[in-house]
Design a protein around this ligand. Structure first.
Ligand code: MRU
Length: 346
């Protein structure tokens, strides 16, 4: 049983589970303005592509409610500025742009200039995105479970569960669905340096669900494939280019290379909201670079020389050729991906 909500709209404010303090402390933050939502996305109070999109949509609800004296035209302008601020919070996950666009398209479709009608449209669309996310993840779980054999050993990277979504999860949702169908699975959880989403979040979720799991350092995955044997890798994604190149948490690419070398299928769970048809290939995806301190410190302890040169790309690109298939809410897509992914939107 999972007894938390990563994100919740409480009528006049947004409540986020603070993922930075997990698993030690389960605490929530209440946000009342869109700039606090943008900050929570940037500092990773909330993280994971789908849930940052949902949070940003509610950020627009807060922006819409901020000043009830604005007329319709002024409110539209205020929302455009707020959407820009929210969009800048993190650059790689396309769900942020997708969710903000959905809300703003709804606002722009309103014919009259009544501020009340605009406010209502914003909250209705945010609620719709929230509800759809749960349905989408359950569908991904159901499709993906067909790829998971009984007694499967699985490698999972980062966190793609109910924390990274509204509920159920994407790649972790596949594991959850397979487990609910009584498949015996064992998950080798990549710790996911530097922010340890695997060690801190995925282990926490899997343990609550009763799914057997073993924590490994990222560098151990290839060794586990060679010695113990892995049946499949399951990862999520932050953006998939039109050609099937995948942007996901740093370390995904090397996991895919190891999987290919050992003949292990490499599956990417991808809601349609993460497919970016406007971006032709992974080379065009902006990769977020985060603070050096994420690499040089563990907790408050410096683990290297002060001032050492650091690169800290938060994501990498796995070329499409290393992906066995995408698991979407509309079914499983095998190569050639360009055509297969495009067809999902017909
Ligand atoms: O930096 P993060 O923790 O936001 O990165 C998250 C990931 O890379 C996940 O794999 C992805 O967003 C899918 S979450 C369902």
């Amino acid at each position: 049983m999972i007894a938390f909500r990563s994100v919740e709209w409480l009528g006049d404010h947004l409540r986020l589970l603070d993922q930075r303090s997990l698993p030690g402390q389960v605490q929530y933050v209440d946000l009342t303005d869109h700039r606090s939502v943008a900050a929570a996305i940037s500092n990773m109070t909330v993280r994971g592509a789908p849930v940052i999109g949902v949070s940003a949509a509610y950020g627009l609800v807060l922006a819409a409610n901020a000043d009830t004296n604005l007329d319709g035209a002024a409110l539209r302008e205020h929302l455009e500025i707020a959407a820009d601020e929210l969009l800048r919070a993190r650059p790689t996950a396309v769900n942020l742009r997708w969710a903000l666009r959905r809300v703003m398209d709804r606002v722009n479709a309103i014919r009259n200039d009544s501020a009340a009608a605009i406010r209502e449209a914003v909250v209705l669309e945010a609620n719709r995105i929230y509800r759809e996310d749960i349905e989408v993840n359950r569908a991904i779980g159901a499709h993906g479970a067909t790829l998971v054999p009984d007694r499967a050993n699985i490698v999972h990277h980062c966190n793609t569960g109910a924390l990274g979504t509204v509920d159920h999860g994407t790649a972790l949702g596949v594991i959850r669905s397979a487990h609910a169908m009584n498949r015996q699975v064992h998950v080798f959880v990549d710790e996911t340096r530097p922010r340890l989403q695997g060690a801190r979040l995925t282990v926490w979720e899997l343990t609550q669900l009763g799914v057997p799991n073993t924590l490994i350092v990222d560098g151990a995955a290839a060794h586990i494939m060679r010695t113990i044997g892995i049946d499949l890798c399951l990862v999520g994604c932050d953006r998939v280019a039109a050609n099937g190149d995948v942007a996901n948490k740093i370390g995904t690419y090397q996991l895919a290379l190891a999987a290919r070398a050992h003949g292990v299928p490499f599956y990417v769970a991808a809601p349609l909201s993460t497919l970016d048809r406007q971006t032709a290939s992974g080379d065009m995806i902006e990769i977020e670079e985060r603070a050096a301190a994420e690499v040089t410190t563990i907790g408050d302890t410096l683990i290297t020389l002060p001032g050492v040169a650091v690169r800290n790309p938060a994501f990498d690109i796995t070329p499409a050729e290393y992906v066995t298939a995408f698991i979407t809410e509309k079914g499983i897509v095998y190569p050639p991906f360009e055509e297969g992914l495009a067809k999902l939107f017909n």
